[in-house]
Design a protein around this ligand. Structure first.
Ligand code: CLF
Ligand code: SF4
Length: 291
């Protein structure tokens, strides 16, 4: 049965509204590959950068229960098992396989999945059946012309699409996926990477559209200028505040995002145990590089 918003607000650090939550999360770096190319994404395997898309290693689904056990020993505040990359959670089957194992081994932990949404609509039934408790979809635009400035292209059913043609497919699938998943009662948060002069005047439209599709919480993430958007700047605090204020007209806004790595472990913003757990794993030899 789907978890109610009150329970998520209470137990989930990224759905805590108002004050910062004190619960922790473990990210399992299970999903190595991605099926789209965001212009700000520079996926890396290393142990020093603090940002999404980075992990020290990639683990196998069957290693997850043991990683969770070790993590709970060092951080008993963990209430959520999240999968957020370092690639996309639906580009391979590993994330859904892992959630099945987690459900069996740790039924009391919340299962949180994060995706770019390209395959959300076609995988919706399976996601619902697996019993995800919270889902995050990254929607950076609902206008294909704007999305095309943030995304080079998508690999969809074996074919590479670019520009606004790619953006149209991506946006359509994201919104359809959000509709299907929210109809099943699963709580959805939408993340938007705020890019000054590209989508900063578009936030209200995104928030309105995703709220109509069924999303309940919105998280504006300031751009980390890198890769093809290295020449852009980070939004100012005022721009971030304005974007949040506009979004808040349509849904609840989450304000404590820490732009976590794909292998973060601990309370967001507090001590991170990711390196200690993942780099100590002798069994983990196979690293994946997107380089
Ligand atoms: Fe992880 Fe994301 Fe789940 Fe949270 S992170 S998959 S919803 S358990 Fe949270 Fe980190 Fe921000 Fe993500 S603070 S980057 S919003
Ligand atoms: Fe990177 Fe995520 Fe975009 Fe894939 S969806 S290119 S992993 S930011």
């Amino acid at each position: 049965m789907a978890v109610a918003l009150e329970e998520l607000t209470d137990k989930h650090p990224c759905f805590a509204l108002g004050k910062k939550g004190s619960n922790g999360r473990i990210h399992l770096p299970i999903s190595p590959t991605c099926n789209i190319q965001c212009k700000f994404c520079d996926r890396k395997i290393n142990d020093y950068e603090e940002r999404p898309g980075v992990a020290a290693t990639v683990i196998k689904p069957e290693e997850s229960p043991d990683v969770i056990r070790q993590s709970l020993e060092v951080c008993p505040d963990i209430t959520v098992v999240g999968i957020a990359g370092p690639g996309d959670t639906l580009a391979s089957d590993y994330a859904l396989q892992t959630f099945r194992l987690v459900k069996e081994a740790y039924p009391s932990l919340l299962k949180c999945m994060s995706t770019n949404g390209l395959l959300l609509s076609e995988k919706a039934e399976e996601i619902i059946e697996v019993g995800i408790d919270s889902l995050t979809v990254t929607v950076n635009a609902v206008d294909p012309e704007i999305e095309a400035q943030l995304n080079t292209g998508i690999l969809y059913h074996g074919k590479w699409y670019e520009g606004s043609e790619a953006a149209k497919i991506l946006i359509h699938n994201q919104l359809e996926g959000i509709r299907k998943i929210s109809e099943a009662g699963i709580m959805i948060k939408v993340n938007t990477v705020l890019v000054p002069e590209v989508n900063d005047q578009h936030i209200e439209e995104i928030a309105k559209t995703v709220a109509e599709a069924g999303a309940k919480i919105y998280n504006v993430i300031p751009l980390i200028p890198q890769y093809e958007l290295a020449d852009k700047r980070q939004p100012t605090c005022a721009e971030l505040g304005e974007a949040r204020e506009k979004a808040a007209r349509y849904l609840d806004v989450f304000c404590h995002c820490q732009r976590c790595r794909a292998d973060a472990i601990g309370v967001p913003g507090g001590k991170d145990f990711g390196k200690q757990i993942y780099l100590n794993r002798v069994a983990v030899k196979e690293t994946f590089s997107h380089g």
